[in-house]
Write a protein that binds this ligand. Structure first.
Ligand code: NCD
Length: 289
C-alpha cells in the first residue's frame, strides 16, 4: 500500500475515495486497525498532531508517545535510523513532520507506512485533503469553483499541496501575495478585484520561521494590504466561505471578528481533519503486515 508523501501523484479517483471514506467516518462508521503508530513531529504542531492522535485512537491503534526533545535525535541519530528503529520494534506507521523539504527521500527502503505531516515548505497532503473535503462538503463539487489563496505562497506547504490538487480536480485557483512571496506561481497583489467572483477565500499564515530576512511588512500594513478585513468580507459572494489552516494570527491575515463569522469554516476544517486522517491511516496501513 502507498505512503502518503505528497498530493502530487494522487489521482482524482484516489482523492475522491479518501473523501468518501472520510464522509463515512464523519457519519458514524467505525473501523478498527491493528498495531502501533508513532507521530514523529520535529516541528511545532497543535492541530495536525492532535487530530492524528484522535484519528489513531478512534481506529483503535495504539499510539506510542515520541518527544523529539527526549529522543536520541539529540545524540545525533539520523531520521533514517529513528524510523528504522520504529520499524524494528514493530510500529506499523509513522506520521512525520520535519523542517527539511522532501525529508522522505532519505527514508527510501523503510517498510513502515509513512504519512507526511508537513515537510518544510514542501507539501502537507493531509491538510490539503481536509481542505478539499471541507470545500466539497460545502459546494458538493470542486470542479468549476474559484478558489483564491492569499498570503505567503512561496513558503506555504498548504498553498502548494492545495494548488496542484485543486487544479487537478477542476477548480480555478488564483494566488494573491506580495511579489516577493510568489515563488513559482503567477500571482497578483489585487485581492479586492477577485473577491466578488471567488467561492473560497483561503488565507495563509505568514511563515516567518521560513524567511531568510525578517518582516517585509509590519502587521498593520500586511493586514491592510493582504488581510481579510471586514470591508473585504463584505465584498465576497453571498455563498462564499473563508478558510485558514491555522494557527491564525488574528488581526494580521484575518480580522479577529471574522475568525468565527458565519462564512468561516476554520473550526470545521479542524473537525474534518480527524475524519480525513482516519481515512488516510486506513488507506496507508491496510494490507501491510
Ligand atoms: C499549517 C502547517 O503546519 O503547515 N498548519 C497546520 O498544519 N494546520 C499552516 C501553518 O503553519 O501556517
Amino acid at each position: 500500500m502507498p505512503n502518503l508523501l505528497s498530493m502530487n501523484g494522487l489521482s482524482n479517483e484516489q482523492i475522491m475515495h479518501l473523501l468518501k471514506r472520510a464522509a463515512q467516518f464523519e457519519h458514524g462508521e467505525q473501523a478498527s486497525l491493528e498495531g502501533a503508530v508513532v507521530n514523529l513531529f520535529f516541528e511545532p504542531s497543535t492541530r495536525t498532531k492532535m487530530s492524528f492522535e484522535m484519528a489513531e485512537q478512534r481506529l483503535g491503534l495504539s499510539v506510542l508517545p515520541f518527544e523529539t526533545a527526549f529522543s536520541s535525535i539529540l545524540k545525533g541519530e539520523t531520521l533514517y535510523d529513528t524510523v528504522k528503529t520504529m520499524e524494528a520494534i514493530g510500529v506499523k506507521a509513522v506520521i512525520i513532520r520535519h523542517e527539511e523539504e522532501e525529508y522522505y527521500q532519505q527514508l527510501e527502503g523503510c517498510k513502515v507506512a509513512i504519512i507526511n505531516g508537513g515537510d518544510g515548505s514542501g507539501q502537507h497532503p493531509t491538510q490539503s485533503l481536509l481542505d478539499i473535503y471541507t470545500i466539497h462538503q460545502e459546494f458538493g463539487r470542486i470542479e468549476g469553483l474559484h478558489v483564491t489563496i492569499v498570503g505567503d505562497i512561496a513558503h506555504s506547504r498548504v498553498a502548494k499541496s492545495n494548488a496542484a490538487a485543486l487544479e487537478q480536480l477542476g477548480a480555478n485557483v488564483s494566488f494573491v501575495c506580495p511579489a516577493e512571496w510568489s515563488g513559482d506561481y503567477e500571482t497578483t497583489d489585487e485581492l479586492d478585484s477577485l473577491l466578488g467572483e471567488t467561492d473560497v477565500v483561503m488565507m495563509l499564515r505568514v511563515q516567518h520561521e521560513r524567511h531568510a530576512v525578517s518582516a517585509l511588512f509590519s502587521k498593520e500594513r500586511y493586514h491592510k494590504e493582504f488581510g481579510l478585513t471586514e470591508a473585504r468580507e463584505r465584498k465576497m459572494k453571498k455563498s462564499a466561505i473563508i478558510m485558514h489552516p491555522a494557527p491564525i494570527n488574528r488581526g494580521v491575515e484575518i480580522a479577529d471578528s471574522l475568525v468565527e463569522c458565519e462564512r468561516s469554516r476554520i473550526f470545521k476544517q479542524m473537525a474534518n481533519g480527524v475524519f480525513v486522517r482516519m481515512a488516510v491511516l486506513e488507506y496507508a496501513m491496510k494490507g501491510r503486515d
